[in-house]
Design a protein around this ligand. Sequence first.
Ligand SMILES: [Cu+2]
Length: 177
Amino acid sequence: MTRMIWAITVGLFASAVPAQAQPVSTSKFLLVGPGPSAQAGRVELTQAPHGLLVRIEASGLTPGWHAAHFHSVADCSDAGFKASGGHVHDMAAAASVHGLLNPDETDLGDLPNIYAGADGRANAEIFAPALSLGAVTGRANLLDSDGSALVIHASADDHQSQPIGGAGARVACAAIR
Ligand SMILES: [Cu+2]
């Protein structure tokens, strides 16, 4: 009997306290590549209380590991995706300092590698605590005046080499704006 009362009490308490959850809004962006006119999947970004949840659904990649980074401009219009600029980095720093394994600093746009299977598809969900959709203190806003881009490279990121971890050409790009 005591246990039943306790259970009821817990139930009432739980229903009386509103959940802290806020409405979740996910923004979807088209991933193109190779080149600006071929569809390669999509990128979904969800603003989280302490960072950004990044979901990547890509196809047409060569099997194996691929670097993925946020670059600084929402422009995927040229064949090599060079217009997407360099990596999103700390604007207080003089220049980009790349690499998740770099003891000096890590660009805010650096992400773990993603893996494409034999069918060329890669699905990944990554949490990026330093990034934001919209202005948030202490996080880089991907939706700044010129937006940003999620770029997938031809090769894996070694997370140490400058300036892009030996990741090679840019093979897919999603303009974030
Ligand atoms: Cu990159």
